[in-house]
Design a protein around this ligand. Structure first.
Ligand SMILES: NC(=O)c1ccc[n+]([C@@H]2O[C@H](COP(=O)([O-])OP(=O)(O)OC[C@H]3O[C@@H](n4cnc5c(N)ncnc54)[C@H](OP(=O)(O)O)[C@@H]3O)[C@@H](O)[C@H]2O)c1
Length: 334
C-alpha cells in the first residue's frame, strides 16, 4: 500500500475510541512500557494504569524522569501499582541489567510496549557504536524483545507492541535493505551508495521500516504452542518531543496537523489490549485498524530483506549478549 497526502490527513483526524470503552481489566497482569516518562509513552501508560494492572513498569533511561512520571501517573489515575525502572535501550549493559532484574524480581510479563525511540537528524553514535536511529529504534528494540521473550512466554495471552510509523511508507529506495549486512553497511563511515549515505530524515524512516519488518519476522518465529502476538503500530503524527532536533518548518507542520499524544496513545493501547486483536499476530496497525504496510514490506524483495535483517540482528546482538543466542535457540522456531 502507498500513503498519499490526503490519506495521511484523513488518518490524522480519524476518531479513535478511548481504551476504557473496550479494554478488559489487567488485574494480575504485568505491563512494561519503554520511554514512558514523556510523549506517547507517558500518555499510553495512563490507560493501563486505569485498568487495575498487577504491575505497571515505566522503563525509562533517566531514573529521575521515570520516578516523576510514575508519581504523576499514580496521582492522576489513583493506581498504586505503578513503578519506574531504569532502562536505556541504547546500552547493551543497561538492557542486560534490566532483563536480569526482571528475571529475579518478577518473572512473568503479559504486555511489552516498545515505545522508546529517537529521531536524530545528525550522524551520532550510541556508546556501543551504532548510528542512533538504527541502534536505538531497531537494535535496542529487538534486543529488549528477545531478552523479554522467556518472561512473555510464561503469560497466557501475551502481547508485544512495537512502535513503528507511517513514515516507513516514505523510505526512499527501500530495496537497499535487501543487502547482506545492511545494518553494518548503514553504520559504516564508508558508505558506497545513496541508500547507505546518512540523511537524518531517511535514516529515521529506514529505522521504522526495520521495526515493521523485524516485528513481522519475530511473529513468524514464535512457536505455535504460544499465543504470543506481536504487532507494529503507527500512532499517527503526534505533537511530542520527538522532533526536538528537527528543522523549524517540520515542527510547525507537526503542530498544525499533529494528533495529541493522548489520541496517539490510544492506538498503542489498542494494540496492547483490544480483545478484537486476540489471535492476530504479525500485523501492522494504523488508527486502530489492521493496515497493509508499504509495498516494499509485502514485496518478494521486502520479504527477503526481512529474513536477512532478522539473521543479521540475531548475529549482532548475540555477539554482545550471548543470552540472545540462547533465547533464540531455546524459545524461537527456526
Ligand atoms: N510523535 C510522532 O509523531 C510519532 C509518529 C510515529 C511513531 N512515533 C514513535 O513513537 C515512539 C515515541 O515517540 P514520542 O513521539 O513519544 O517521542 P518523545 O516524546 O521524544 O518520547 C520518546 C521517549 O523515548 C525515550 N527514549 C529515547 N531513547 C531512549 C533510550 N535509549 N532508552 C530508553 N528510552 C529512550 C525518551 O526518553 P527521554 O525523555 O529520556 O529522552 C522518551 O521517553 C517512538 O518510537 C517514535 O518513533 C512517534
Amino acid at each position: 500500500m502507498k500513503v498519499t497526502f490526503s490519506v495521511f490527513l484523513r488518518e490524522q483526524f480519524a476518531i479513535l475510541s478511548k481504551p476504557a470503552s473496550y479494554a478488559p481489566s489487567l488485574a494480575g497482569k504485568t505491563v512494561v512500557i519503554t520511554g514512558a516518562n514523556v510523549g506517547l509513552g507517558f500518555e499510553a501508560a495512563q490507560h493501563p494504569a486505569r485498568l487495575h494492572p498487577g504491575r505497571l513498569i515505566l522503563a525509562c533511561r533517566d531514573p529521575k524522569k521515570g520516578k516523576d512520571a510514575a508519581d504523576a501517573i499514580r496521582r492522576v489515575t489513583g493506581c498504586e501499582n505503578v513503578e519506574a525502572c531504569t532502562l536505556d535501550i541504547a546500552s547493551n549493559a543497561s538492557l542486560k541489567a534490566f532483563a536480569e532484574k526482571f528475571a529475579k524480581e518478577i518473572g512473568k510479563l503479559d504486555i511489552l510496549v516498545e515505545n522508546a525511540g529517537v529521531n536524530v537528524p545528525k550522524m551520532e553514535r550510541t556508546d556501543d557504536g551504532w548510528e542512533k536511529n538504527i541502534g536505538i529504534n531497531h537494535l535496542g528494540t529487538a534486543h529488549l524483545a528477545l531478552r523479554m521473550l522467556p518472561f512473555l512466554l510464561q503469560a497466557s495471552q501475551p502481547r508485544v507492541v512495537i512502535l513503528a510509523s507511517d513514515v516507513h511508507y516514505l523510505t526512499t529506495d527501500p530495496e537497499g535493505l535487501n543487502q547482506v549486512d545492511v545494518l553494518h553497511r548503514l553504520n559504516s563511515d564508508k558508505q558506497t551508495n545513496k541508500f547507505e549515505s546518512f540523511n537524518g530524515i531517511q535514516r529515521y524512516n529506514v529505522s521504522k521500516t526495520l521495526n515493521v519488518l523485524w516485528g513481522e519476522e519475530l511473529s513468524k518465529h514464535i512457536p505455535s504452542s504460544s499465543s504470543l502476538a506481536v504487532s507494529t503500530v503507527n500512532p499517527g503524527f503526534c505533537v511530542s518531543s520527538l522532533l526536538r532536533d528537527q528543522p523549524f518548518f517540520l515542527r510547525v507542520f507537526n503542530h498544525l496537523v499533529g494528533r495529541s499524544t493522548e489520541v496517539g496513545s490510544r492506538t498503542i493501547v489498542h494494540a496492547a489490549v483490544a480483545p478484537a486483536l486476540q489471535g492476530k499476530t504479525g500485523v501492522y496497525l494504523s488508527s486502530c485498524r489492521i493496515t497493509e504496510p508499504s509495498d516494499f514490506v509485502i514485496s518478494k524483495e521486502g520479504q527477503e530483506a526481512e529474513k536477512k535483517i532478522w539473521a543479521e540482528t540475531l548475529d549482532i546482538l548475540g555477539q554482545v549478549d550471548p543470552e540472545v543466542t540462547h533465547v533464540a535457540d531455546q524459545y524461537l522456531s527456526k
